[in-house]
Design a binder for this molecule. Structure first.
Ligand code: AMP
Length: 574
């Protein structure tokens, strides 16, 4: 379909073609034909940012505006000043070849006098944040008694931000016969209530799936004690040396505290929250956009206006009170065809919230283990080495200094030289992570939490018992086994039963359904340069081949199993 076929006039098509719009996007195909009509129906469109919704309502509104009347004809309400400005800039672009149509943006935090002057000159379309618009209505600068259309853009965001009273007050002033359009990424009950109250038999249009997180986003959870939240955050940040992300906190105070601690600890971080003035916020956002800051600690409200496409991570330092907000947070990564990761740092008590979110986004969290100090050191070391390999050498400049440098370092051989250069950067990680603890909420504790929720779910006899040729002498820990099962099978919800670490070998139990996958996954794998050998132990419920080694292992297992064995059990995540 073309823009012409869905009813857009040529002067607007010319303008949007210059913007690179070749054909309508799905939301435009679905919405524009309804809106272009004089008696268009009320419409609810479930569409996320980036789907082309601005043109879906913007083009018809421009086309339907009557330049001869001076009063406001169409009203677009949106949650943030940035979105307001973006909408009015887009409208100006679309009407580039129709100079008679005037639109403007009004929002709080900017001079109201200037906005009044512009409106008094006559505008046809206003994009506004609810608070400021209400102010202008009360001052009788904006008269909305004759408006034809109200667009509620990002309705869920506006309600999340507490604009309900303002929206209701504004809508109460509008004429009954107006056309109402509601755009929202999600449909929580509050939005539904508002639609029921103010809309007239709306048509419902869904772009993509309802309430589904972006396709390119991986969702990961890390379960730690609440007191270890900050340390876990640092470990995650350190484990991803190229991280460029937003860390979401719940309150302004928490946002500032986390940012302060990160800055103090040497991270490229800053804060964004409502206690900062608008110029301060603009400055922070500017620095973040150009990647002068790689970690932005923000509240949901303050981050609304920030539109950055290439974030690698979203970190939920604390989950939002309203879990629907998680969708918005995570949708800020995985954009423009890139992959992104949305991380939740949670404590044991928050596991139910994770379940709720899983239902909401229709995806599972990958429960990851907080990296250990040694994992981080290894990752950072190789990152450094990679950088060293890829660095561009300015021969012309450096050659001048080279003879003197060579002479000074003459006494060092190649190995020593590399060690020293690498250590210059790397020592701070080594020092910091020396003897640091495992931050993961202990497996035993996980088990207790899980059992409470899923008591009596699965009997232990559905498990296969495996032998593995690694033990205490290899520094093997239960978390290593869990990690290997996850990584080597690529299946994240295998039930793991008892893990029994011996001196030179160990046993572990896992859901017998996955016996083959586990056997296959562990083939030809190394652990600390030792080849791993995994076999099915004989006393398992499942039939196994009669291998002469197994008899021995069975005996040794039986002998040692008379002592109480530690149990590490992880239940299936739903
Ligand atoms: P929006 O969801 O309105 O923020 O739009 C997302 C992006 O898609 C904006 O950069 C628009 O300029 C762009 N866009 C909107 N409609 C089209 C179209 N039909 N073809 C190409 N790009 C578009």
């Amino acid at each position: 379909m073309t823009f012409e076929e869905i009813g857009i006039e040529s002067k607007y098509i010319k303008a949007i073609e210059e913007l690179g719009f070749e054909k309508p996007m799905p939301v435009q195909e679905k919405v524009i034909p309804h809106l272009i009509k004089d008696d268009s129906p009320d419409i609810i469109a479930l569409a996320q940012t980036g789907t082309g919704k601005t043109a879906a309502f913007g083009l018809p509104l421009i086309q339907k505006s009557n330049p001869r009347t001076k009063h406001v004809q169409h009203l677009i309400l949106c949650p943030t000043r940035e979105l307001c400005l973006q909408i009015s800039n887009d409208l100006a672009e679309y009407s580039k070849y129709d100079k008679e149509i005037k639109s403007t943006a009004v929002f709080g935090g900017a001079s109201i006098e200037r906005q009044i002057t512009i409106i008094r000159k006559g505008v046809h379309i206003i994009s506004a944040t609810p608070g400021r618009l209400l102010d202008l209505i009360k001052r009788k600068v904006v008269k909305i008694s004759k408006i034809k259309t109200v667009v509620l853009d990002e309705a869920d965001e506006m309600l999340n931000m507490g604009f309900r009273d303002e929206l209701e007050a504004i809508l109460a002033e509008t004429p009954k016969e107006k056309n109402t359009l509601l755009f929202s990424a999600t449909m929580p009950s509050e939005v539904r209530k508002m639609a029921n109250k103010f809309m007239n038999n709306p048509i419902e249009i869904t772009i993509g799936k309802k309430n589904v997180g972006a396709e390119n986003v991986k969702h990961e959870s890390y379960i730690v004690h609440a007191r270890d939240r900050y340390l876990a955050l640092k470990r995650i940040a350190d484990y991803y040396p190229d991280i460029y992300g937003i860390i979401f906190c719940r309150t302004r105070k928490e946002t500032q505290e986390v940012a302060d601690r990160l800055i103090q600890d040497g991270y490229n971080a800053d804060s964004l929250h409502g206690d900062l003035s608008q110029p301060q916020r603009d400055k922070v956002m500017g620095k973040f956009r150009i990647k002068n800051i790689s970690l932005l600690v923000a509240t949901d409200v303050a981050a609304r206006g920030l539109d950055v496409d290439n974030l690698t991570h979203i970190i939920n330092y604390n989950l939002p009170d309203d879990l629907e907000v998680y969708t918005h947070r995570s949708g800020r990564t995985g954009r423009a065809g890139r992959l992104g990761t949305s991380i939740v740092i949670a404590n044991m008590k928050e596991k139910n919230k994770l379940k709720q979110i899983e239902r909401q986004i229709n995806k599972k969290f990958d429960n990851k283990l907080v990296p250990l100090g040694k994992d981080i050191c290894e990752k950072q070391l190789f990152h450094l080495v990679d950088r060293m390999e890829r660095v561009e050498v300015n021969n012309e400049r450096i050659n001048a200094f080279l003879p003197a440098i060579m002479q000074k370092l003459e006494w060092l051989d190649r190995e020593e030289l590399i060690k020293r250069f690498v250590s210059v950067e790397f020592n701070r990680f080594l020092d910091y992570y020396k003897n640091t603890p495992d931050l993961n909420a202990p497996a035993a504790e996980r088990k207790r939490g899980d059992q409470k929720r899923s008591a009596g779910k699965r009997a232990a006899d559905g498990f296969t018992r495996f032998f593995i040729n690694l033990g205490k002498t290899d520094d093997l820990r239960p978390v290593d086994i869990i990690g290997m099962i996850n990584d080597y099978t690529n299946i994240r919800d295998i039930d793991i039963g008892e893990i029994d670490i011996k001196k030179n070998f160990s046993f572990f139990e896992a859901d017998q359904t996955y016996t083959e996958e586990i056997m296959k996954g562990f083939k030809k794998k190394d652990f600390k340069k030792r080849e791993i050998n995994v076999e099915v132990a004989e006393n398992t419920k499942r039939e196994s081949s009669s291998d002469s080694h197994k008899g021995k292992r069975k005996r040794s297992f039986k002998k040692e199993s008379t002592k109480p064995r530690p149990k590490y059990k992880r239940r299936k995540r739903k």
